[in-house]
Design a protein around this ligand. Sequence first.
Ligand code: UDX
Length: 737
Amino acid sequence: VGTHLGCYKDSFSSRILNGGMTTYKTMLGKQKCLMLCTESGYLYAGLQYGSECFCGSERPNDGDRFPPEKSKCNYPCAGNPKENCGGYLAMDVYQTGLIPLRPAPATQEIKKALETPVRVVYLLTLSGRAVRQVRRLIRRLYHVDNYFLIHVDSRQDYLYRELLPLESQFRNIRLVQDRMATIWGGSSLLQMLLHCMKHLLTLDWDWSFVMNLSESDYPIKDPQELVHFLTINRGRNFVKSHGRDAPTFIKKQGMDKTFVECDNHMYRIGSRQIPMGIQIDGGSDWVCLHRDFVQYLTHGSDETLEGLKRFFNFALLPAEAFFHIVLKNTEFCSTILNNNLHLTNWNRKQGCKCQHKAVVDWCGCSPNDFKPSDWNRLLGAEKRPLYFGRKFEPVINQEILFQVDQWIYGDDFQVNLTSVHSFWQNIFHHQDTSPAPKIEYLSVASSLIQDFLDQQSPKIGFDKVLEITSYQNNDRLQGILVLFLSSEPSVAAFEVLIKLSFQRKTVQLQDFNIDIRVGSEYDKKEQVFRNLFEVMEPESDPHLMYQSDPFNSTHVITFAWFDPKGTLSAVSDKRFYNASSVLDAIPSGLSRPLHPGMWTVQAIVNGQMKAEIQFPIFPILPSLIPDQKQWEKLHEGSVSPKDISTFEIEPKFVALSKAHPSLSHPRFSPKLSNSDADVQAYINDLASAFFTVKSICAVSLDQTTVQSPLCHDQPWSSFSPDPKSKITEINPDTGLL
Ligand code: UDX
């Protein structure tokens, strides 16, 4: 206990409020230790005087404010009388986060408690398309005695459809039917959580705690340890506080602004007063709540609760403060523990780049995805009561998940299986209506398949694209897979592997090199292009990404963007400073719509072209845009490229424009008379310059498909075995999967 305290000494003294600080400092100075009475396995802060421990009291005889609960060190705080609310028991534990490193050595009492472990509901609030990661998460968390309630953002058809069969397979997994469009930071997130909790109380499930998790959470300890921890902390509510002073928190959070969620956007409509007489707190929206509190949240009808619900209906990121504030201002205050049970990978420099501006009128932050370079951070959580890491995204890095699995579970996969290091993520599904499927993906995929099949003998017919999937191995994109249906010579499904031509270019200077790439859907936080297929259309937003090693001198590189007609359409300068290694992106600054065809970016240093990169903008088939005038408008490019006048008066850019190499690709001329066939021919031409179909496999073999290998046996295919994401039968001996 002494050592434990030592670790916290500084932060402890600085964090105590209400004048407690001096007292604690003095006491620490006198070596009268502050202690955690963990011998009994109960969780609470107290003070030791001589051989006695005062649980939940700032000092003995503090009876004027909080009757001292004089007791032995094994006094169970969880059972502390509620009169202590607002007092030091809540504050000590809550403000300091003094909690046992691990469940204390099992005493008789603990052993007895653990005989009936609590049952936990994992409330999975999901969005995106990473269904294999969600399955991997469920596979790790599953135990027959626990439960899963799954809410999928109502705009995510694919994820919902793929997870729905779990309901019939497991009695303890349910999907929420009435789903909401839970936008980032939206008030709908809290409404959804409250709705799910209400629903949980109606189910015939015997649970004690509910914990919300997202698709990017992953256990960093054996989930059974979490169950033990919660078992010895029955009645507690786990919420993490921001650790700042309240006014700063209110400002940063925009809590003093009214937000209204409408059309999937959080609009800021004005300022507002924070309710008087309410203690403000907040921090993380990843919480673990006890059933009693959930019961109160659902059925309580007092003014405080009702008022706070109303207040948070118009708040940004409401789940980051609602639970904290309700807990703090009600009889549940003594049940708070300042811990969200998560290790969150914050890297504010990267994560606070205002990347949610399109959805909320505010600049919010997001944690970064874990990578192997964060390993020490994860190791640091080993001795702390943290059970999940946030965020893990295999499309960004899967190696770290492998490392975590090895750490917790040892070698329980066949490590030699290629698929351990492979990740597949669907990017198009023919059944989806929301989010709107990317029609440009469909036309490029169809074009490539048709072209490939034309060269095959015997003939395989092409009917329709069913799915498009990105395929990564060892955290590198290996290709794009297209699953398609053929009805010739018989009905069968095939999958092809498409490789992207490697379009990265190097700018070579005297003392350093810079790699440049062009892509779209640039993620500022993770510094990647999310558009893995790299198919762009006239409304895409291309960026140029560059990466360099440290170097010795400063250089200015000008990037000049030429449209398919050879017109200089945008210019951006970038200064690379001495010795800094960089990985970042520059927006093209191009006006949209972009003219379809082959675009060129040149890297110019001191007036000399050092590298050139080309990228295609694909036209959309006329039949896919019902209004033909609109189609024509979309394809004729931008009438006046942004800032073109600036370029024109700059002689060097005039020179550049003239120096542009002869166009390597025929121009695309949009006319109302264009037919699908004309446009498809253009797409075919452009697509074949950038992509190649490398392999084909048959989903199932019969006499007609026997010429193709079976997809199951192709390590690249989405049909090859992927045990890490396979949800199997329950093991009757362990209750696990
Ligand atoms: C971070 C913090 O971890 C979180 O506490 C805070 O509320 C927001 O910032 P972040 O990575 O930015 O999280 O958000 P993300 O994981 O993308 O989304 C948070 C939750 O909202 C997830 O459960 C996610 O599934 C859900 N969500 C997000 C949707 O349901 N729909 C969306 O469009 C976006």
